[in-house]
Design a protein around this ligand. Structure first.
Ligand SMILES: *Cc1c(COP(=O)(O)O)cnc(C)c1O
Length: 469
């Protein structure tokens, strides 16, 4: 659509004046949203480009100037948005992993707001270390002598291997040469670090003697990697960690343990399977235990290394530690999250643990309300499915969960799920056997009304009145 429908031989005269463009119904609300100045700048840009196009081709572009302004203004909108996670995957890497506790968010905001003693020793009045803020807390909650946190666990693994193993051989079981996801593969990280990989055992079975026979004068460490995101079942054998620790001690080698998730609470107490606990690894005599801050710890993105004082100090001195250091907000956030464990309040305060421990009654009520909002016409009902832990933790495990199942969503399951993603904020559901499932376990109760209202609007048969109840 042209701005001006009157035919003229002069295409320049068809270009709207900037004042008129700014009052166009497509453009005026944008100024309110993004600020007058920003939209004036975009409008000028569009008009300049349109003049250039007339000069080049003698004609106006197809798209109206107002539409072009609206399109370009979309880039002023932040692309990273809050979404409602109704997928039932608690630590969803694609949805930002762990939602944070109130205290964690407050600590991150406080650290971001002004200046802090990030690298400043207030007692001595001189330069301090950013690593000092987490060292004691990490030791306290894990039982280790010392700890250091970096940007994420991938960088913690790279730092450990680079600082402790470069130039030497590292022995690892074949069954543990895993790819974590996003192209992070243990053999590649090993190469990057300058250590040489020595594989032992077979895909399914590795014995202590396999490790012992592979040790040479060039060996510096034994590495165990938790096969986080898959499970080998059947005829399998993994060497227990205490046996590896004894072997490492006897032969004067380091034992490094990459746990991935690294739980500080035992998931078995909440109806889940076993996941390696950081404390067990430390107690078994591991020199460096590595794990993520935003998987089962439930904090901000981070990679944690805990272990012996000297070993951690060596990592801290390595030049890579500077390259993969954490920022101040994450340090403050991780400290606040670890504080919940130190005070014994992790289950109540840390969202992922609250979700894991959520009582079925409350979940059932919420799922039923959503099903009512959707209505019979869409075949919506209360059903049960499995919430997954995600984040490479406890693969194949899950928690039985009441869900809202929509068996006959208008337009089909894919289109319905796509429509949910168009809501504001977007709602991410999952599809199982043709039905759209919404799992209340991963949805903050504050978002329940939004979910119900969106479902009611999408399932025409549903009664909107029941949405808020
Ligand atoms: C997830 C994972 C990593 C990577 O951790 P990030 O915090 O995502 O960088 C490394 N090792 C294992 C075993 C993992 O499960």
């Amino acid at each position: 659509m042209r701005e001006d429908a009157t035919m003229t031989t002069n295409p320049y005269r068809e270009l709207p004046a900037i004042e008129r463009l700014l009052t166009h119904p497509r453009v005026a609300p944008l100024a309110e949203r993004h600020g007058h100045e920003a939209i004036v700048r975009v409008a000028r840009e569009v008009l300049d480009d349109y003049r250039a196009e007339i000069e080049r081709s003698g004609a106006l572009p197809e798209q109206s100037a107002a539409e072009a302004v609206a399109d370009r203004a979309a880039s002023l909108e932040p692309s990273l948005r809050r979404v409602v996670n109704a997928s039932g995957v608690i630590i969803h890497t694609n949805l930002g992993r762990a939602p944070l506790s109130d205290a964690t968010i407050a600590a991150m905001a406080a650290a971001s707001e002004g200046y802090s003693n990030l690298e400043f020793d207030l007692d001595a009045g001189e330069r301090g270390s950013r690593f000092s803020h987490l060292a004691e807390l990490l030791a306290r909650v894990t039982g280790a002598e010392a700890g250091i946190a970096v940007n994420n666990n991938a960088s913690a693994v790279l730092l450990a291997l680079s600082a402790l193993c470069a130039g030497g051989e590292v022995v690892i079981a074949r069954g543990q040469l895993v790819e974590i996801g996003g192209g992070f593969r243990i053999p590649d990280v090993m190469r990057q670090s300058g250590a040489t990989l020595v594989e032992v055992g077979t895909t399914n079975r590795t014995y202590l003697r396999d490790y012992a026979e592979a040790i040479s004068e060039r060996t510096v460490a034994l590495l165990r990697v938790h096969a986080s995101n898959f499970r080998v079942v059947g005829f399998t054998e993994e060497t227990p960690l205490p046996s590896l620790a004894s072997l490492a001690r006897e032969r004067g080698l380091l034992l490094i343990d990459d746990l991935g998730s690294g739980a500080l609470l035992d998931p078995r107490e909440y109806g889940l399977g076993a996941e390696p606990l950081v404390r067990d690894s430390v107690a078994a005599g591991v020199d460096v235990t590595l794990f993520s801050g935003d998987k089962l710890i439930g904090g901000p993105q981070a990679g944690v290394a805990v272990g012996r004082e000297r070993t951690i100090a060596t990592m801290q001195r390595h030049p890579l530690a500077r390259a993969v250091r954490m920022d101040k907000a994450s340090i403050a956030g991780l400290a606040a999250t670890l504080g919940h464990y130190a005070r014994g309040e992790a289950i109540e305060e840390i969202p992922i643990w609250r979700m894991i421990a959520a009582p079925a009654d409350g979940l059932r009520r919420r799922a039923r309300r959503w099903a009512r909002a959707c209505g019979d016409a869409a075949g919506a009902s209360l059903d049960t499915a499995r919430s997954m832990i995600g984040g490479g933790s406890l693969p194949g495990e899950g928690l039985e969960s009441p869900v809202c199942a929509i068996a006959a969503p208008p337009g089909g399951a894919d289109a319905f799920a796509a429509a949910l993603r168009q809501a504001d904020p977007p709602i991410v559901a999952r599809i199982e056997r043709g039905a759209v499932l919404l799992d209340p376990r991963t949805v903050e109760p504050g978002d329940d009304r939004h979910v119900a209202a969106t479902l009611a609007a999408l399932c025409e048969g549903g009664s909107e009145a029941s949405a808020g109840r």
